[in-house]
Design a protein. Sequence first.
Lengths: 416, 170
Amino acid sequence: MRTAIEKILARASGRDVSVGDIVEAEIDVYMTHDPMGALVEDALNEIGAGVKHPERVVAIQDHFVPAKDIESAILSMRLREFHRRFGFGSYYEVGRGGICHVVMPEEGHVVPGDVVVGTDSHTPTSGALGAFAVGIGATEMAAAMALGRLWFKVPPTILIRGEGSFPPLVHAKDLILKVISTIGTDGAIYKVLEFDGPAVRELEMDERFVLTNMSVEAGAKTGFISPDEVTFRYLEGRASKPPRPEYSDRGSFEEELTFDVSSLEPLVAAPHSPANVRAASEVDEEIDQAFIGSCTGGRLSDLKAAVRILRGRKVSERVRLIVIPGSRRVYREALRMGLIESLVESGAAVGPPSCGPCLGAHLGVLGPGEVGISSSNRNFRGRMGHPESRVYLASPSTVAASALTGRVTDPREVVS
Amino acid sequence: MIRGRVIKYGDDVDTDVIIPARYLKHGADPEVLRRHAMEDLDPEFPVKVRERRIIVAGRNFGYGSSREQAPLALKYAGVEVVLAESFARIFFRNAINVGLPVMEVPGISEVVEDGDEVKVDLRSGLVRVTGKGELRGTRIPDFLMEILEAGGLVPYLRRRFHAEDSPDSG
């Protein structure tokens, strides 16, 4: 009886493994980006080593791009030079990629069964494709690039079963907020959250990525969804290598938790924790800014959800609506479908694919005392700007509804 | 043996308050990190850390981002060890990798108060709290202790790469 993660790590380390073992696993995909690339290269230089498998490295300009000031321009240059020096397998220039966690699956860099490391804590996003994907620091990335391997403690897996069917205007974001508030911000430390059940199976990939992405907000090492027809259909025409799917055996989980999504309602995580969750309808607060974007809210399905609420209507006078498509592909498709035009008509400021204000970098940073509602994944103190600003996390439908009314709003209240 | 007085914090001290993202554009500039460590949580931190170099905290210390600048900021500010009920996993690995000692000590946030004096033996996991007795921490695994004692993963690997003829073997 083994979990999918144990099977993937057994394959990658060439030995039998069980929970608690420390193994050295071969890395299939390495991801780094502009805020960390320079630190990785500095560490490699100090170690005095090269990159063992440059063809497996994906470098993406996404955090502080297009460069917002001289310091970020230098970080961007450093990533570009790092790529030129070693000839990475893939490099995404400003405007030609997007947010790393949107681009990695979208451009086919990850297939089921892969061991993926990235210098970003939301690397588990790709776990929705049935991969083992974890976030690591810059020094550790240098070590992994130099050696081709990295140590892992084989984690136990908690199964999250979604029963029932999602009601209208209720999203994967609402389910993951419910999970985080139930198990807590450290409920899954050193563990894997695997998602299954009919409610998860009915989700398209865009929404599944939100579940694995935000597993880390419950402390998880990674999130995982075993591949099915939806996964394989998504991979068609993208994946450049054959998948090696693994599935958890029945009874291999440390714990199983069931959530009935049929009774789920639109939720928000109130300041300053993703676990501080309540019903959107119960919150009475005016907002200054609404943000639709990031690696949990900037995919095509998110923009469609926003337009479904906002089409033909204007956002509240008191609110700035910031919309940032997660990637070039999302942007182009949204343009083709008329979504961008519709959002601009409604009063949105549309920015180029980037992490933008999610981490308070640029393109919509909050001022002192301001309140934002955001489709992103973190609302820590000061995360989106001034330490005295406050952020609610919500689904794209709830963010759009709130932009319309100027206060935190249950989207069901604005749709007839 | 690390010995000194404690600065105490609560649960879920996240990476974004340890070092806010607005400073990440400076890479890992030690001066920037030192100056802004803990800024959004505790503006008095730079004053406190001059006298007290041990942080004690509750659950899930280092929650959030993979930014290595978080443990680096504490290290550059002069912190000698972080003792917490539990750590976020990326922060824990990053701390060892940059040479900042960290240890899980179950029960510590119940016993230790701000300003208490503690003695920490990382090898044995023993934490002695002056006037309050002893606590037992989770010993750091030997291979991580080696990294820590080398001063971090970079010096550890530099030694390994330059000691072996064929670093890529195995």
